[in-house]
Ligand binder design. Structure first.
Ligand code: RFL
Ligand code: PHB
Length: 396
């Protein structure tokens, strides 16, 4: 088989890249290790920046988010049992974020690709990359017990943190930066109306962090900080709801509508960056190149901006026969990546209970939160990072 771009991974990054390339007339094939059902069963992100929504529209996949996304003009911070609104839109000249789930984004992109009749291989085993330093790299994989091979000009590694692509960058070239946090998040999805339908709630409590989010007016997503050693089986629905109520302010806690969970999972928190994001004809995008802790809701949005830059660079490569874009891809992405890494690390540090810093650390966090909610300068800094810094931020 032959194509122009082989895309490894059918998460949001791979599917969005495939849609944007196809729209520009560039042929691509997606190779995914899991089944479509498995990919859709992973409950992850819920908040989209305007840049991400615009990109979905650009790719011809905006109707879902336009019909069912909920714009948020505000976020709420809870500490010392009190809730404080941060008027995000007012502080950023009218910008909003949109509550719309990654599951829905992925579903919209999958349906679009299927409707266009584009080639995707799901349940592909033993995916391997070859000759990535040459002009004619290849991707091989096994499907239904048969080995197959795709020749291409460029490879996009969109296969997430545990994928194979990044491992093909030689260890003397790849530089990795990592911080693993000493706790995780347990998340619950439930078909109950969200307690705060117009603002995500981030709560700092001396019992640990809590977050109230949503997927629609009838589906809620809640998270609690938990020890990394916890198992999902140790968290009955009743224990989860009781603990969530204890971490929110009394008013919100009283308004919380509880119900049976339809999904429950524990995720570790990590900050990670791989540099560079390109080696030879291989280009990493999304979680394959970087991870942020979910506190700032930046992971999917960063994946989307990587894909924006990568699609532009690949289109320039094939249509204008110019390497300028692909040569600058890594540097262009990493600037934005590190800004999002800083923001996500900062918000994670501010909102969670760290075992090693004790009550002193808790008081310092509360003092910073008190400063933040009463200072227009600090609130603006939070707001402009939350909605996403402009794509040309810092350019002269
Ligand atoms: P994905 O979604 O991990 O997709 C990678 C795909 O590659 C496949 N794959 C392979 N395919 C072929 N061969 C191999 N060897 C392969 N190995 C893996 C995988 O099966 C998979 O289908 O990466 P992508 O596309 O880069 O997308 C990134 C996002 O998924 C991620 O950044 C976000 O989910 C992070 N995130 C959030 N981001 C936001 O922007 N806003 C949020 O509100 C937000 N909330 C979250 C989050 C992540 C969370 N968890 C569980 C880590 C909340 C949570 C709890
Ligand atoms: C979510 O809805 O899953 C979500 C929202 C905000 C975050 C993280 C996750 O910061």
């Amino acid at each position: 088989m032959q194509t122009q771009v082989a895309i490894i991974g059918a998460g949001p990054a791979g599917l969005l890249l495939g849609a944007l390339l196809h729209k520009a007339g560039i042929d691509n094939i997606i190779i995914e290790r899991q089944t479509p059902e498995y990919v859709l069963g992973r409950i992850r992100a819920g908040i989209l920046e305007q840049v991400t929504v615009d990109l979905l529209r650009d790719a011809g996949v905006g109707s879902g988010v336009d019909a069912a996304g909920t714009p948020h003009h505000q976020i709420d911070l809870v500490f010392q049992n009190k809730r404080y609104p941060i008027m995000v839109s007012e502080l950023t000249q009218g910008k909003v974020v949109t509550a719309y789930g990654q599951t829905e984004v992925t579903h919209d992109l999958m349906t679009h690709r299927a409707n266009l009749g584009l080639t995707s291989f799901y349940s592909a085993d033993e995916v391997d990359l070859h000759d990535i330093e040459s002009k004619t790299p290849r991707v091989s994989f096994s499907k239904d017990g048969r080995r197959q091979e795709i020749s291409c000009s460029l490879i996009a590694g969109c296969d997430g943190f545990h994928g194979v692509s990044r491992k093909h960058i030689p260890s003397n070239i790849l530089k990795e930066f990592e911080r693993v946090y000493p706790f995780g998040w347990i998340g619950v999805l439930a078909d109950v109306p969200p307690v705060s339908p117009h603002a995500i709630v981030y709560a700092n409590s001396d019992r640990g962090f809590a977050l109230c989010s949503m997927r629609s007016m009838t589906r809620s997503r809640y998270y609690l900080q938990c020890p990394l050693s916890d198992q999902v089986s140790e968290w009955s629905d009743e224990r989860f709801w009781d603990e969530l109520q204890l971490r929110l302010d009394p008013e919100l806690s009283a308004q919380l509508i509880m119900g049976p969970s339809i999904e429950k999972s524990i995720a570790p928190l990590r900050s990670y960056v791989a540099e560079p994001m390109r080696h030879g004809q291989l280009f990493l995008a999304g979680d394959a190149a970087h991870i942020v802790p979910p506190t700032g809701a930046k992971g999917l949005n960063l994946a989307a901006t990587d894909v924006k830059y990568l699609s532009e660079a690949m289109i320039e490569f094939f249509t204008a026969k110019s390497s300028r874009g692909i040569d600058h891809y890594s540097d262009r992405c990493l600037k934005r990546v590190w800004r999002a890494e800083r923001f996500s690390w900062w918000l994670t540090s501010l909102m969670h209970r760290f075992p090693e810093t004790g009550e002193f650390g808790q008081r310092i966090q509360e003092a910073e939160l008190d400063y933040l909610v009463h200072s227009r300068a600090l609130s603006t800094s939070l707001a402009e990072n939350y909605v996403g810094l402009p794509l040309d931020f810092g350019h002269q």
